[in-house]
Design a protein around this ligand. Structure first.
Ligand SMILES: [Zn+2]
Length: 393
């Protein structure tokens, strides 16, 4: 089978004879006499596109043949197909792949840091470098040199040759194959055994931007973007910053500090608000206690108060009413939540009390002997629930 992507990586339209239409566990596929579709390999994802208007969703090389997996089955009696490659995707892959070769070459030649793997992702690209760490200065130097190689617009050549012939070139890595090999050559920059698609000159990579690195096992993983991805990212980030400046009207250079300041002051306010709420609860607790005078049971029913509020209120009330039992209930949409407690003069395990009433609301709960909280379904009215608790006390 002729691999047109090796002859001309810019060929995006082609016609071919259909050899076979078949099916495997991945789905329907087509085998062609010649193809411009690049199959997944060497860190570069497969092409997408169409065969006679039918979407090609995956392309894989299996047992030496390139299988074009189609969204629907191609008619078995189709003799010829018109193939069309998704050009943006292919050009993007060429830019990223070639950019990676240049980056790896500079790291290796200038800083003695070899690349051990390459992943071309949907958003960004990564390489694993055999180093323990990278520093900003080094990254800046490499990025500069890489972009210089791009700007100088070196030719990128591909050559097929025997392994013996290839051994004459200063290859970056020993070749792992036998027979015919394909070298991707950027003269004086990089000599590499590679089966990927590359542009015809480094200028087409347009630009490389490093995006950060992380430790990965005993190596580092460097993230970067090349080509149109750099422009897309700049556009995206610029949009976000512009929107941000509408919300926080400060010059770009002061945004981080300003947002930090906003967060700090908002936290301070939250803290202050919580303190005030706590104080309010204490006043409320005092009111409740004074209204209840010497009642044996203090009872209140609320709507929509959180269990946390009931707890705070309950604690404050119990400090002021050592002689009393306390029943606090909050009615939620379809739930009841409660606090059951008693003051320090009473000796009674409220867990026992809760256990007897919890089945009424199919609820759960528990706590300390003098203070329990819980909740369940609103099967009965809150005041009925309160009466049942009182019956047990
Ligand atoms: Zn490559």
């Amino acid at each position: 089978m002729r691999k047109l992507y090796y002859i001309d990586p810019y060929k995006m339209e082609f016609e071919s004879q259909v050899m076979r239409v078949d099916q495997d566990e991945r789905g329907y596929y087509v085998i062609l006499k010649e193809t411009a579709f690049y199959p997944t390999g060497g860190g570069q994802p497969h092409d997408t596109g169409t065969l006679n208007e039918i979407e090609v969703i995956d392309v894989e090389e299996v047992d030496g043949e390139v299988r074009h997996y189609t969204e629907e089955k191609l008619d078995s009696d189709t003799e010829y197909v018109q193939g069309s490659i998704n050009q943006d995707r292919r050009i993007d892959h060429m830019q990223q792949h070639c950019g990676q070769h240049i980056i790896s070459a500079v790291f290796d030649d200038q800083f003695n840091i070899p690349t051990t793997s390459f992943h071309l992702g949907k958003k960004t690209v990564t390489i694993d470098l055999n180093a323990e760490a990278l520093d900003d200065d080094l990254l800046q130097q490499v990025e500069q040199q890489v972009n210089q190689i791009i700007r100088r617009n070196h030719p990128v050549e591909t050559k097929w040759m025997s392994v013996e012939e290839a051994a004459e070139y200063p290859l970056r890595k020993p070749l792992a194959v036998n027979g015919e090999v394909r070298l991707v050559i950027i003269p004086n920059v990089d000599y590499n055994g590679c089966g990927g698609t590359h542009p015809s000159s480094t200028g087409e990579v347009m630009a490389v931007k490093f995006l950060g690195w992380t430790k990965n096992k005993k190596q580092v993983r460097l993230e970067f973007a090349c080509g149109y991805r750099v422009l897309d990212m700049l556009g995206q980030k610029h949009r976000i910053l512009t929107e941000m400046k509408q919300i926080v009207p400060k010059p770009e250079g002061e945004l981080v500090e300003e947002v930090n300041e906003l967060i700090r002051s908002s936290r301070k306010k939250d803290k202050k608000m919580a303190d005030l709420e706590e104080q309010l609860l204490q006043y409320e607790a005092r009111d409740i206690v004074s209204e209840s005078q010497d009642n044996r049971v203090i009872q209140r029913i609320y709507e929509g108060r959180s269990i946390k509020m009931l707890q705070s209120l309950g604690k404050s009330i119990m400090e002021e009413a050592p002689h009393a039992y306390l029943i606090l209930i909050s009615e939620q949409k379809d739930q009841l939540q409660f606090v059951l407690a008693h003051g320090s003069d009473i000796d009674r395990n409220m867990n026992e009390v809760a256990k007897q009433v919890l089945p009424l609301i199919e609820g759960k709960g528990g706590g300390k002997p003098n203070f329990v909280q819980g909740g369940g379904k609103k099967n009965i009215h809150a005041d009925v629930f309160a009466d049942r608790v009182k019956n047990v006390l």
